[in-house]
Design a protein around this ligand. Structure first.
Ligand code: AQP
Length: 344
């Protein structure tokens, strides 16, 4: 990618630097990003402004932001094919978010389940940014005339709101925005579950370390976490989200890690004990993570190169964003932009 006037369809996705990524982020989202690089214009963003909706230690945030970009690349995002950048280095994200907030209804934002969940988890800091998070996400996506957004199932509701905002804007001001489509994994990895509480999705900010497998965990830690995963006392290995959420989660992770379907998983495990399922799932996950861990170390050994890639990415993204912002100013009756954007 890289050409602001390319005619290929555009794919955009992002993750928050609220910590290192989990295998939920990998199997639910990033693994879907990689093949898109071949036939789409792809942008992958580290959304640090989103991370501010939960109180962050500044040193940690700075570190996590760079490390997250390195994890993208270690997992297979190629900066020669994709634009990789940090959200706060492209100011049009915040500018468009303000404009879109005048097209989002309070009632719509109140219905967002992530807002409800996060306001319960962060009772002491239910800030307005947590509430308007989906509007900033809509800006991230719409800024690049995005066609496809590969995300985990948890983001489906936000995507629907993005579409509604874009349609509402277009109905009033003409066809400025492209209406994006979500691309969600069709199998179990669309929602990898917490290893200690399989009723919940695996989250990088989960309090218990045993609940989440991080992409950079070492092989022994991965094995330990899977061995301690919560299952049940039924003693049967099958896909049953209602009665055996823990076992179903392990099977789904094994499928995602080995590229197998459900039938293969059942044929492989159905007459076995939970212990074998846990150990083989850990081994399959380690086989996926080992090359990522090695590549991550290589990338982090050259921080100057990493920063250069991100600066270049921000310039490319900003040049693309400037095109639509000019159009938006025009249709809304705002004065033309005084060439303030860096067109890279
Ligand atoms: N458990 C999951 N299963 C499948 N997909 C997942 N994603 C996240 N968790 C799972 C997908 O990963 C992408 C990046 O997510 P994010 O960093 O923007 O934030 P999130 O969805 O809020 O993820 P976390 O890990 O739960 O972050 P925290 O703990 O900071 O809130 C998205 O496409 C998401 O769908």
């Amino acid at each position: 990618m890289t050409d602001a006037v390319s005619k290929r369809s555009v794919a955009f996705s992002a993750a928050q630097p609220t910590g290192h990524l989990t295998i939920g982020n990998l199997f639910g989202a990033i693994n879907n990003w990689i093949p898109l690089q071949e036939h789409h214009d792809t942008l992958f963003c580290v959304v640090d402004l989103h991370a501010l909706t939960v109180r962050q230690d500044p040193q940690e945030l700075r570190k996590n932001t760079l490390e997250l970009a390195a994890i993208y690349m270690a997992a297979g995002i190629d900066p020669e094919k994709s634009i990789v950048f940090i959200q706060s280095q492209v100011p049009q994200h915040s500018q468009l978010a303000w404009i879109l907030s005048t097209f989002a209804q309070l009632g719509e934002l109140e219905r967002m389940t992530q807002f409800k969940d996060k306001s319960l988890r962060h009772r002491g800091n239910v800030n307005a940014g947590l509430f308007t998070y989906p509007v900033l996400m809509a800006a991230d996506i719409l800024l690049y005339k995005t066609n496809i957004v590969p995300v985990g199932e948890d983001q489906k509701q936000h995507l629907e709101l993005t579409r509604d905002i874009a349609i509402r804007f277009n109905n009033i001001h003409g066809p400025v925005f492209t209406i994006p489509e979500p691309a969600i994994q069709s199998h179990g990895a669309a929602r990898v579950r917490d290893l200690q509480n399989p009723e919940k999705k695996m989250s990088k900010s989960a309090e218990s370390d045993l609940a989440k497998v991080m992409m950079l965990d070492d092989a022994n830690t991965v094995l330990k976490k899977f061995k301690k995963a919560v299952t049940d006392s039924l003693g049967e290995i099958r896909f049953d989200e209602t009665n055996q959420a823990g076992v179903t989660n392990l099977l789904s992770i094994w499928c995602a890690a080995t590229g197998s379907n459900r039938e293969t998983a059942l044929a492989h495990f159905s007459h076995n004990q939970y212990g074998k399922l846990k150990v083989e799932t850990a081994e399959a996950v380690n086989a996926v993570l080992e090359p990522i861990r090695q590549k991550y170390q290589m990338i982090m050994n050259d921080p100057t190169k990493l920063e250069r890639i991100l600066t270049h990415g921000a310039q490319q993204a900003s040049a693309m964003a400037a095109i639509i912002m000019t159009q938006i100013h025009d249709v809304l009756g705002l004065p033309p932009l005084p060439g303030a954007y860096n067109r890279g």
